[in-house]
Design a protein around this ligand. Structure first.
Ligand code: C2E
Ligand code: MG
Ligand code: MG
Ligand code: MG
Length: 281
């Protein structure tokens, strides 16, 4: 009996578990400090049209960790959401993205580039989210119609009325909207038609299986058809191969993003790639 308790107690204080808790606490401290010290950077990944021209970009946050180097959002966005750090981080992302957009707007080649920015649920639910975006647009001078906010299905469904109200308010400013990771959440046609959306973004999990998983090819064709019928742009993310690109083009998806065209890059490299493409076209 005693032995058994002892074993349970030992299990509870599993050193591996303790390490995991410590690592998490450590990550939170680092995250907080990195926000103050500006150790975050936005990378930009190109979005191309049927002619292969870059028509836009998605801003993707990166963390320059002092010990661990470059950290991807999968490693810290979840924790940032849980701790609320996503609020100052999301604010920084929007400010940074709009500052970049305003700069691109002043150069001939990048003048009309659309910039997509991911918005997290907690950030969007802030009572003053609309005002925050309006203020950032004003202070940076970024064109509202070039800013595209990416929302997810779970964000929308969590409070449909609040979402529609905020989207409409932002729409009157000219801001555009994309439904990110489309097809992975609990989509419902009834709410889809009520949202002032501009774009559906086909999730990369479907794109990955083009050619191998026939059901995913059917899902993709359905999403493209639905998007077209609703008058929305349809963009496929995670395009890595020519076969995937050709399948998407053949089925009427003309906007694409993925490693086949280019990885997410720091702003200066992104612009360099843009000019290199100009010459090769
Ligand atoms: P997402 O918005 O769906 O972004 C697409 C992800 O796919 C990015 O990962 C991108 O680097 C990656 N990707 C692009 N092309 C390819 C490809 O051809 N193949 C594959 N396998 N992957 C590709 P990343 O940058 O690691 O971001 C992951 C997620 O983190 C994003 O998914 C988004 O949900 C979130 N995220 C990124 N930046 C931000 C941000 O500033 N704010 C918020 N709230 N979330 C962000
Ligand atoms: Mg996205
Ligand atoms: Mg996505
Ligand atoms: Mg995704």
């Amino acid at each position: 009996q005693v032995k058994n308790n002892g074993r349970n107690a030992f299990c509870f204080f599993d050193p591996g578990m303790l390490t995991a808790i410590e690592a998490r606490a450590r990550l939170e401290v680092d995250l907080r400090k990195s926000l103050d010290d500006q150790h975050f950077e936005l990378y930009y990944q190109q979005q191309v049209n049927e002619e292969g021209q870059v028509v836009g970009a998605e801003a993707l946050v990166r963390w320059h960790h002092l010990d661990n180097g470059l950290v991807l959002p999968g490693q810290f966005i979840g924790l940032a959401e849980e701790t609320g750090l996503i609020l100052p981080m999301g604010q920084w992302v929007l400010e940074q993205a709009c500052t970049q957009l305003a700069m691109w707007q002043r150069q001939p080649r990048s003048r009309d580039l659309q910039l997509s920015v991911n918005v997290s649920a907690r950030q969007f639910r802030q009572a003053d989210f609309v005002d925050r975006v309006a203020r950032i647009l004003r202070s940076t001078g970024a064109r509202a119609d070039l800013l595209k906010l990416e929302l997810t299905e779970s964000l929308v469904l969590d409070n449909v009325e609040d979402t529609i109200q905020k989207m409409n308010a932002l729409k009157t400013l000219g801001v555009r909207f994309s439904m990110d990771d489309f097809g992975t959440g609990h989509s419902s046609l009834s709410y889809l038609t009520r949202l002032p959306l501009d774009q559906l973004k086909i999730d990369q999990s479907f794109v990955r299986n083009i050619g191998s998983q026939s059901t995913d090819s059917i899902i993709i064709q359905t999403i493209i058809g639905m998007g077209n019928n609703l008058g929305l742009e349809v963009l496929a993310e995670g395009v890595e191969t020519e076969a995937q690109r050709d399948f998407l083009s053949a089925h009427g998806c003309h906007l694409k993003q993925g490693f086949l065209f280019g990885p997410p890059l720091p702003a200066p490299e992104f612009i360099k790639a843009l000019h290199a493409e100009e010459i090769s076209l």
